[in-house]
Design a binder for this molecule. Structure first.
Ligand SMILES: C[S@@+](CC[C@H](N)C(=O)[O-])C[C@H]1O[C@@H](n2cnc3c(N)ncnc32)[C@H](O)[C@@H]1O
Length: 249
């Protein structure tokens, strides 16, 4: 018993020290992020696509709420290395398609590699900004952003762009996790979306990890001039191909 007590004390101190370090690091990052917005460094999406996350927070926990049916067209903005992408593609099936748009080329290269390794034929990536999604208006059934919207400086502009590409009555899923230094309160994120013409139709999860489902209510805005941000992956279906044709003309 006498030997056990000091060991427990040391363990308690180690846990306290780790907790303290975590709180200090989180506070510093949150302060920096409060004043400056920039995309996560490429190592972040790589690090967070790991077996521990998969075990405790499997991708289905968000995808389940999206009401994805076979044959649907899905847009994922900020997929990172694909933590949710493959599950969305699996639900959309061989006749459906996932368009994965990320601003970071290095992250997209990793996702491309994983797509090849998995032999997934229904996922296409593109390096592009959320402000200029290289898809035609009114072309997708579902849109997904996990831990992405808060790190985009102009939320309304990004959401307006999602409104443009979503079909009327299409659904947008947003999920946020407390550990993310950009984590916004539910109320804040709901405000961004309702300001942009989305209607909240689902609210799931806890304070630590929540998923919000919105329905697109607005008619898509008139077609804007679209600009390509890269030619990362080969165009694979009509909506993507016609965008490429339109810009290369
Ligand atoms: C924190 S990571 C989340 C990755 C993934 N959704 C996940 O949950 O594993 C944020 C991702 O959003 C991307 N991103 C940030 N700003 C963006 C923008 N303006 N347009 C497109 N993607 C963006 C980053 O490159 C990064 O891959």
């Amino acid at each position: 018993m006498q030997g056990v007590l000091p060991t427990l004390q040391i363990l308690a101190w180690v846990i306290l020290a780790l907790l303290g370090l975590f709180i200090v690091v989180q506070t510093v990052i949150r302060l920096v992020r409060h004043f400056t917005h920039f995309p996560s460094p490429p190592f972040v999406p790589y690090l967070i696509n790991n077996p521990i996350r998969r075990r405790f927070s499997p991708p289905g926990r968000v995808i389940d709420y999206m009401d994805i049916h076979e044959g649907m067209t899905i847009l994922e903005v900020g997929p990172g290395t694909g933590f949710y992408t493959f599950e969305a593609a699996r639900r959309a099936g061989a006749w459906g398609h996932v368009y994965a748009v990320d601003i970071e080329p290095k992250v997209t290269a990793v996702l491309d590699q994983r797509i090849v390794e998995a032999g997934a034929k229904n996922i296409t990536t593109r390096v592009a900004s959320a402000y200029e999604i290289p898809l035609q208006k009114n072309s997708v059934d579902r849109a997904l952003m996990v831990a992405v919207l808060p790190e985009i400086p102009d939320k309304h502009r990004a959401l307006g762009e999602i409104q443009r590409v979503l079909k009327k009555q299409g659904l947008l899923a947003l999920a946020e996790v407390l550990i993310d230094p950009d984590y916004p309160f539910r109320k804040t994120e709901i405000g961004w979306c309702t300001d942009t013409g989305f209607e909240l139709v689902g609210d799931y999860g806890s304070f630590f990890f929540y998923t919000l489902i919105f329905r697109s209510t607005d008619e898509p805005p008139p077609e804007e001039e679209l600009r390509s941000s890269g030619t990362h992956a080969a165009a694979s279906t009509d909506i993507w191909a016609s965008f490429v044709l339109a810009t290369s003309a």
